[in-house]
Design a protein around this ligand. Sequence first.
Ligand SMILES: [Zn+2]
Length: 136
Amino acid sequence: MQINVGQLLKEHTGASRSYDIADISSHEKNSQHIQGTIDLLRTKRGILVKAKVKTQIEENCIRCLKTMLCSIYFEFEEEVFPQVYLEDQTTDADYENRIIDNNNILNLSDLLRQYIELNKPLKPLCKPDCQGIQII
Ligand SMILES: [Zn+2]
């Protein structure tokens, strides 16, 4: 999921853009279930990404191991920086995924993947009273 932020980076602090995730990810594989909005806010050093994301992931029920789709929803805010800015700083591993490349492309795929990972249900159940694997 990529957004060209070249224009926004030229604008003053406080400038913003809003995107519908469906519009920026429609051509990508495996993204048909991702919905929500991405707001970008120009900060002094970079861009603050505010995301509201709704998606569905495949999980296996912890009791019966059946594969099912789980809906998850999460919000996050992360500041991302242009490559040139980061090269001036002592490299912080934490920033690795949060860069805007030299063509002003902000790639949100890694961030989204991380947040999906963090927001996965800990104990997915196909139904609240799942009896588990039935031995006949
Ligand atoms: Zn189950």
